[in-house]
Ligand binder design. Structure first.
Ligand code: FAD
Ligand code: UDP
Length: 390
């Protein structure tokens, strides 16, 4: 088949692009990935004990975008699922994001005074970032903020990023605000769901168009060659006249010419426990103890019934492409200097009119799944408008 598009990376970005290009534009698409499966980091599968687990860490679908929700709903039905996280703080398990219940659990004696101050300074249901709360002019609130900072954020963030909260873009810790409410859900988005048969089945449905060919266990370097001088791209040594959608690492595409963008990686340890449940809820964070950050028990997320259970521990580590267990670039590191380096690559990317760089790695952005889908849908919309103009 002569392809109109070659898509590098079969994660949710590449899959959404393939689905749209094939179904909306009737294009012939080759989707390639170096892994032996589709789905990128959202991939799920049944482990040897028959439990549906997420290979690359827990993925909960949540979005405020009706458009994204309706789009994915073409390819899956959903189970309503509100993710809940507890944090082990001393001997107590308290809701994360830290909320009024967390105060009742961790700061029993200070509760009344703290509630009084909080209600005086904030609206009920307000969400306040930890870095903002630490600047409060109320001494009691500052005390609370320092307690939460020390017990929830500081050590977790050091484990996760090898940095302090202040060294990261504030958007990182603001993902988990302090809540002036009793709401114990991890996310507050309008749509919080899990694909009823898992992500991988949803992706297979998205890719069912016969105009999409999938090539796995293939690094793009094996089939594509980029001539940076002329801007030409060669596919199996022949000039490729179609377009590329690139969802891999942008620095890799440009042969790291300005240096490597840093990432954090994870060592994920899967365990099976011969009991109905291992812990009391889906995820327990361990901000202060151990080298891992959290333990997730998948049955709570998928709603699967089974007599035994599978759990996963997350040990953050420095990304290193030469060390196999640290070779997946799970997290771009949101810091000004990294953003500046990314911008240099971005300028190069802008010169490649035939290559669309999109997704978490290609944009070096800490994006959730829904944002990735939204960006691809926006791009497709732009392509449609361009086509109408021509
Ligand atoms: P990826 O999923 O990384 O896909 C990129 C693909 O490109 C990969 O399959 C890779 O193998 C392939 N590739 C790279 N280089 C090459 C190459 N040289 N040749 C061929 N193929 C290549 N989001 C949520 O919305 N909710 C969550 O609960 C959530 N939890 C998360 C938990 C963890 C631990 C992590 C790390 C992320 C989480 N996310 C979550 C974010 C989510 O994983 C991303 O938004 C999403 O996976 C990004 O999709 P992508 O297609 O851009 O990238
Ligand atoms: N965080 C923290 N303690 C927690 C939970 C989160 O310090 O108990 C901080 C930490 O810096 C983390 C960030 O908030 O990296 C974002 O958390 P989130 O759960 O969104 O991370 P992800 O699920 O993307 O790994």
């Amino acid at each position: 088949m002569a392809y109109d598009y070659i898509i590098v990376g079969a994660g949710i970005a590449g899959i959404t692009a393939a689905e749209q290009l094939a179904n909306v534009f009737n294009k012939k698409v080759l989707l390639i990935d170096k892994r032996d499966h589709i789905g990128g980091n959202c991939y799920d599968y049944y482990d040897e004990h028959g439990i549906l687990v997420h290979k690359y860490g827990p993925h909960i679908f949540h979005t405020d975008s009706q458009r994204v929700f309706e789009y994915l709903s073409l390819y899956t039905t959903w189970n309503v699922y509100n993710h809940k996280v507890l944090g082990k703080i001393g001997d107590v398990l308290a809701p994360i994001p830290f909320n009024l219940i967390s105060i009742e659990k961790c700061l029993v004696d200070e509760r009344d005074a703290l509630f009084y101050s909080l209600f005086e300074h904030y609206e009920i249901n307000e969400e306040v970032t930890i870095l903002e709360m630490r600047k409060s002019d109320d001494e009691l609130i500052r005390g609370l903020a320092n307690y939460v900072y020390e017990n929830v954020f500081l050590h977790y963030t050091q484990k996760q990023w090898d940095l302090s909260p202040e060294e990261l873009d504030p958007s990182v810790t603001s993902r988990v605000p302090v809540r002036i409410s009793y709401d114990c859900r991890y996310f507050t988005d309008k749509y919080q769901r899990m694909p009823a048969n898992g992500y991988t089945v949803m992706f297979e449905n998205m890719l069912s168009n016969h105009n999409i060919n999938i090539l796995l266990e293939k690094d793009y370097h094996e089939i594509l060659d980029v001539d940076f001088e002329s801007g030409k791209i060669y596919f199996y040594d022949e000039e490729f006249k179609g377009k590329i959608v690139f969802t891999g690492m942008i620095d890799e595409f440009f042969d790291y010419r300005y240096g490597s963008l840093p990432y954090r990686s994870l060592v994920l340890v899967d365990e099976h426990v011969d009991e109905r449940f291992f812990q009391t809820n889906a995820t327990i964070n361990y901000p202060n103890d151990y080298h891992f950050t959290r333990i997730t028990e998948y049955k709570y997320i998928t709603g699967q019934e089974a007599p035994s259970t599978s759990i996963q521990l997350e040990y953050p580590t420095k990304y290193d492409p030469n060390v196999s267990e640290a070779s997946i670039p799970y997290y771009p590191i949101p810091q000004e200097k990294n953003h500046e380096l990314y911008n240099k690559y971005r300028l190069l990317a802008d010169e490649f009119e035939n290559v669309k760089f999109i997704g978490r790695l290609a944009e070096y952005k800490y994006l959730n799944m829904d944002k990735v889908v939204e960006e691809v849908l926006d791009w497709i919309q732009e392509c449609m408008e361009d086509e109408l103009e021509e």
